[in-house]
Design a protein around this ligand. Structure first.
Ligand SMILES: [Zn+2]
Ligand SMILES: [Zn+2]
Length: 290
C-alpha cells in the first residue's frame, strides 16, 4: 500500500516538472500493463493446468464434464425433484393431496413445525451425498447447496427464517471428518439467499453411533440429549441488536438427508428449550412418503 502511494507521488512530480520523468512514468505504465498481462497469462496457464490435472467432474456420476452436473445427470436430477402433493409436515411426496400427511407423520408427532427437501433420496443423488459425507467430497456442497437454495427459495421466503442452523457434528467426529457437510450446505444456501448461518448456538454433546445401523427405537434413544445449547454467537448478537428479542423467532435447520426425522426432532427439542418459536428444516434429500 505504502509503495503504491509513493509511486503516485513520483508520477505526479514527473508529469509537472520533467518531461523525461513523464515518459519514464508512461514507460512504467506500459511496463505495469505488460506485467499485469503477463500475470493474467500465468493465471490462465495455471487454471488450464489445474483443469488438465483436476478436470471438473460431475458430482453425481463422477465423470469429467463441461457442465456441472453433466447433461445426463441433469435430466435424472430433474426427475428426482419432489413435486406436490407433499406431506404437510415433513414434505415427503404423498400420493394424494387429500392425504395431507405421509404415513410416518400420521403415526408420529414431530417437535419441529414443518420441513422440505429438494430431491428424492435415490441414486445418483444418494451416492453423491454419501461421498460428500464419508469420502471427503466437500466440494459437492456448493453445487448441492446452491440448487437447494434456488429450488426451494419460494418456500423459504414463505417460512421466513431469521437464521440457518446446520445440524452440528460432535467435535470428535468433526475432527475425524475435517468438516461438517450440513454446515457447508448451510453456508452455500446462506450465500445465495443472503441469510445468516449460526454454527455456535447449538452443540452436539453426545458422540452417537451412525444412525443407519440402528432400529427405530434405538435411533430415538441414541439421540436423546445429544444436543445442548452452545454459546451466544455473533449472528445471535446481531439479531438481538436488530430486533431487541433474546432468541431467534424462526430458524431453518439444515441437513443433508431426512430419514426418520429423529435428528431434526432432537435438535428442535433443544431449540424449543431455548425459546425458539417456529422451527423448520430443509434437507437435500428425503424418502418417499407412502
Ligand atoms: Zn453426471
Ligand atoms: Zn410426513
Amino acid at each position: 500500500m505504502i509503495q503504491i502511494q509513493k509511486r503516485n507521488k513520483d508520477s505526479k512530480r514527473g508529469h509537472l516538472f520533467n518531461k523525461g520523468s513523464f515518459s519514464a512514468v508512461l514507460l512504467n505504465g506500459r511496463a505495469s500493463e505488460r506485467r499485469s498481462r503477463r500475470q493474467l497469462h500465468v493465471k490462465s496457464i495455471l487454471s488450464l493446468t489445474e483443469k488438465v490435472l483436476f478436470p471438473d467432474t460431475c458430482p453425481f456420476c463422477e465423470q469429467v464434464s463441461e457442465t456441472i452436473p453433466c447433461e445426463n445427470c441433469r435430466k435424472i436430477m430433474e426427475e428426482l425433484l419432489i413435486k406436490s402433493p407433499r406431506c404437510y409436515k415433513c414434505g415427503k411426496p404423498i400420493r394424494y393431496k387429500e392425504q395431507e400427511y405421509c404415513s410416518d407423520c400420521k403415526k408420529q408427532n414431530h417437535v419441529y413445525d414443518r420441513g422440505i427437501a429438494l430431491w428424492l433420496h435415490k441414486s445418483p443423488l444418494s451416492d453423491a451425498l454419501y461421498r460428500m459425507k464419508y469420502h471427503n467430497r466437500r466440494c459437492y456442497a456448493p453445487v448441492i447447496g446452491e440448487r437447494m437454495a434456488k429450488g426451494l427459495h419460494k418456500w423459504i421466503e414463505e417460512v421466513n427464517p431469521d437464521v440457518l442452523l446446520p445440524v452440528p457434528l460432535h467435535r470428535k467426529r468433526r475432527r475425524l471428518r475435517g468438516y461438517n457437510q450440513a454446515e457447508l450446505l448451510a453456508c452455500s444456501i446462506g450465500n445465495v439467499l443472503n441469510l445468516p448461518v449460526d454454527t455456535s448456538i447449538l452443540r452436539r454433546v453426545k458422540y452417537t453411533n451412525p444412525q443407519k445401523k440402528l432400529d427405530p427405537i434405538r435411533r430415538q434413544k441414541n439421540l436423546q440429549e445429544a444436543f445442548a445449547a452452545g454459546r451466544v454467537s455473533k449472528e445471535l448478537k446481531d439479531y438481538r441488536k436488530r430486533t431487541s428479542a433474546r432468541m431467534y423467532h424462526a430458524v431453518l435447520i439444515i441437513d443433508d438427508i431426512y430419514t426418520t426425522g429423529n435428528t431434526i426432532d432432537a435438535v428442535a427439542t433443544e431449540l424449543r428449550k431455548m425459546g425458539v418459536e417456529r422451527i423448520y428444516f430443509m434437507t437435500a434429500s428425503i424418502g418417499q412418503g407412502y
